[in-house]
Design a protein around this ligand. Structure first.
Ligand SMILES: [Ca+2]
Length: 360
């Protein structure tokens, strides 16, 4: 019998500041402001000038001259000594959802359908770490706090979008040439006595380039990194490949180590595009409202090839999507196609997130 996927309820947690405050500046930010765009431009130039690169990209004439390579890294400082690392996720087409015979498949993972991600984007190589959270939010709601490189958990969807805006402000202050602006407009926020958001109207501002949650389609596309099986590791996943309840083996795999806690991010090998812990460790909030029937053909327009292009999820709903499973979940729930959902107000100690950033 399969275990319950229900996350554990959180104990009372310390309050976080719910205000969308301006981030703090310091002298180090001024030193760093003008350096990284030069580094990135130089890096792009080196990539573009590489003979090997030109040979491996025959369609290059149709691409922007400075398109990054898949998995290429971008490192930005958000506070003194605290960095955020992102990897380039290239545009492309993939089959979203799982095939009928995949072990552990839920009805909401189908029908499998073609999705086009028309524009590449940057994706954090790891879940948001506690040291990153503390630098901007001045608190740490996490249950497991042995290592500042563990992912922050016990954060709701509202806290995730607030962090995204604060990260944008912090990076924009240190790197004003990027022209970053908070991507989310958050109105009518109602808060609990401890400052956590009870409800709010959150809207994307597409013309504001800033850190944001990935869409559900972007998350699965980035997780798969070109693969089509149950996991980016192949037909099964083992306890030395991700942090999940590996005491329960997937299909014919023998059970492994159940660590019963989060691990520092990037404790396991990344996928082909340089992303760590897409399977397990903590669930990751996505932008989309959850709809179990969202994959049905009637629920979205397609292009002339029958592909859904850059789907953003339903226009409204009661729950937001989470992906990837956690340290607490068996292997069925850490599959690339598995979908989970919770109301945006809920904070459980196996839920975290990572952020995306659009290119210039
Ligand atoms: Ca994860």
């Amino acid at each position: 019998m399969r275990p319950t996927p229900a996350p554990l309820p959180t104990p009372a947690t310390r309050a976080t500041s719910g205000r969308i405050a301006r981030s703090r500046g310091d002298s180090a930010s001024h030193r760093a402001r003008s350096s990284w765009p030069v580094v990135v431009c130089a890096l792009f130039a080196l990539v573009a000038l590489s003979p090997g690169h030109a040979r491996s990209q025959p369609e290059r004439a149709e691409r922007p001259a400075a398109a990054p390579e898949p998995g290429q890294r971008l490192v930005l400082e958000l506070a003194p000594g605290v960095e955020v690392e992102l990897a380039w996720i290239p545009p492309g087409v993939f089959e979203m959802g799982s095939p009928g015979g995949e072990d552990g498949r839920e009805p909401d993972e189908g029908p499998r359908h073609a999705v086009r991600i028309s524009r590449g984007f940057w994706m954090m190589t790891t879940e948001v770490r506690q040291d990153q959270w503390i630098a901007l939010m001045e608190s740490n709601p996490s249950r497991f706090k042995d290592d500042a490189r563990q992912p922050v958990q016990t954060v709701g969807w509202y806290e995730a979008v607030e962090f995204a805006n604060r990260l944008t402000e912090a990076v924009a202050q240190r790197h004003p040439d990027l022209g970053l602006r908070p991507h989310y407009r958050i109105d009518d926020a109602e808060r609990f006595h401890d400052g956590h958001v009870r409800s709010a109207a959150v809207r994307r501002v597409p013309e504001h380039r800033g850190f944001r949650l990935p869409t559900e389609a972007e998350w699965e596309y980035a997780c798969r990194a070109g693969t089509s099986g149950p996991f980016h590791t192949g037909e099964t996943i083992l306890s030395d490949e991700a942090n999940f309840k590996a005491s329960l083996g997937y299909r014919d795999s023998e059970g492994g180590v159940f660590r019963e806690r989060t691990e520092p991010v990037a404790s396991f090998a990344p996928n082909a595009w340089g992303l760590h812990d897409m399977h397990g460790n903590v669930w990751e909030w996505c932008w989309d409202w959850y709809d179990p029937h969202w994959y049905e053909p009637t629920n979205g327009p397609t292009n002339e090839r029958g592909e859904r292009v850059d789907p953003q999820g339903p226009g409204d709903g009661n729950e937001r999507v989470l992906r990837g499973g956690s340290w607490y979940d068996g292997p069925w729930y850490v599959r690339s196609a598995h979908r989970y959902r919770l109301g945006p107000v809920f904070r459980y100690y196996n839920n975290g997130f990572r952020l995306a950033l659009d290119p210039e």
